[in-house]
Ligand binder design. Structure first.
Ligand code: GDP
Ligand code: MG
Length: 437
């Protein structure tokens, strides 16, 4: 999905002004990409409609290229689609909080139960795992193994007792031993069937869980969406945990489950290890799907703190290659307003760690750099190549630094200049007023 969208966006970015036709044709491609990623048709249709409405005739912000504006809208709507804010588990004011994990066989319930327990433990909770899967061979043993690894207690009664009774007894056990969260691991089936639903409904009505969490396998794409839809309408769920998102390159399920069920994705499973569970941040996944890393947050940061006029001048200078030390200082100061320099550079596409190492400028150093550049004559600033030995000594003295510091700065400047040249060659963004492309 990412690749497809990136291609589409590349085309948009290269454009100056966008016409309605441009937006529409880009949206057609986005639509295809989403459908191919297994996002359900209705979701795609609504999504495209929303984005198109916002993008056509949208006031384009002065500091952005229209193409980037469209990308920003797509990103925002993707985020909305997945639920906008991060949702947390609601703990009961009268412990224990009862969490019921439901889902098909192999979705990841047992593993996720452990992962969730571990996270809650870190929050200072005292979770108890309850083994209610009496059908799958060794399911109870599996939960015990997980519990042992994490040092979380597991309650089980073998496989001869009904799941409803195990659940009830488990909660009583938890109350008695001071567990403030009880996580109930249930059985799944290969497909949804009536017996499974009836059993879960039974548990639900007897146990009255605070959270019914549906665990779904993201890799099953459209099936995951159908499963979520059915569980939600038959049983009623409070939240979704999407597992195996580490293997789901398309992200289709994540995009549709929320839209189809109206229920929030609360956690995502990112691997088989018991630490691989993360709270779900819709905005992050949206960016990941767009395949642009943190470019969007960079755009926003830049938008907020870059001086537009200065930037325009800078762009021109980079293009004409007369980027000098004065500009360098100016630029460093602007970047300082945006936050830690390394963090900013890290977000820029095309900047590798190698660049970063060479450019390791911290805030304290910035003060020195300022002093050094200010100790130069205007001529030296404009034409750094004339700064040889004796001049370096003088500058070091004048700025209260050392010749090494002056050398380092000059080297950094050359590297930055080189990097800017590379970046400006990477796309036509700079020409069109885009920031770093
Ligand atoms: P259950 O039948 O729903 O209880 O599923 P299990 O917890 O037994 O998990 C089934 C398989 O999926 C196991 O091999 C897990 O290791 C694997 N699994 C669970 N969650 C994830 C995940 O987030 N990523 C990956 N890659 N594998 C997972
Ligand atoms: Mg299981």
């Amino acid at each position: 999905l990412s690749e497809k969208l990136q291609g589409t966006f590349k085309k948009l970015k290269g454009k100056g002004k966008l016409s309605e036709k441009d937006v529409k044709s880009a949206m057609r491609e986005v639509k295809l990409a989403l459908l191919e990623a297994d996002v359900s048709y209705k979701v795609v249709k609504d999504f495209i409609k929303k984005v198109t409405e916002r993008a056509v005739g949208h006031e384009v912000l002065e500091s952005l290229t229209p193409g980037q504006q469209v990308i920003k809208i797509v990103n925002e709507e993707l985020t909305n689609l997945m639920g906008n804010t991060q949702s947390k588990i609601m703990f009961s004011s009268k412990p224990p909080t009862i969490i019921l994990l439901v889902g098909l066989q192999g979705a990841g319930k047992t593993t996720t139960g452990g992962k969730l327990g571990a996270q809650l433990k870190k929050l200072g909770k005292r979770p108890l795992l309850v083994a209610c899967d009496v059908y799958r061979p060794a399911a109870i043993k599996q939960l015990h193994v997980v519990g042992e690894k994490l040092d979380i207690p597991v309650f089980s009664m073998g496989d001869k007792v009904s799941p409803v009774n195990i659940a009830k007894a488990g909660i009583e056990h938890g109350k008695k031993y001071g567990n403030d969260v009880v996580i109930i691991d249930t059985a799944g089936r290969l497909h949804i069937d009536e017996r499974l639903m009836d059993e879960l409904k039974d548990i639900k009505s007897e146990v009255r869980p605070h959270e019914i969490m549906l665990v779904v396998d993201a890799m099953t794409g459209q099936d995951a969406v159908n499963v979520a839809d059915t569980f939600n309408s038959e049983l009623g769920i409070d939240g979704i945990i999407l597992t195996k998102l580490d293997g789901d390159t398309r992200g289709g399920a994540a995009l549709s489950v929320r839209a189809v069920t109206g229920k929030p994705i609360k956690y995502i499973g990112m691997g088989e290890k018991l630490t691989d569970l993360e709270p779900f941040y819709p905005d992050r996944l949206a960016s990941r799907i767009l395949g642009m890393g943190d470019v969007l947050s960079l755009i926003e940061k830049a938008q907020a703190s870059f001086d537009e006029n200065k930037l325009k001048k800078l762009e021109k200078k980079i293009k004409t290659q007369d980027f000098n030390l004065e500009d360098f200082l100016d630029q460093l100061q602007q970047m300082k307003n945006m936050g830690p320099l390394n963090q900013i550079l890290e977000m820029m596409p095309g900047v590798s760690n190698k660049h970063l190492k060479n450019l390791n400028v911290d805030e304290k150093e910035l003060v020195h750099i300022e002093a050094i550049i200010q100790s130069m004559t205007p001529e030296e600033r404009k034409n750094p190549s004339i700064i040889k030995g004796s001049r370096r000594k003088r500058i070091a003295k004048g700025s209260g630094t050392s010749v090494q510091a002056v050398n380092k700065l000059l080297k950094q400047f050359e590297q930055t200049k080189k990097m800017m040249k590379q970046l400006s060659g990477m796309g036509k963004g700079l020409k069109k007023g885009g920031k770093f492309k």
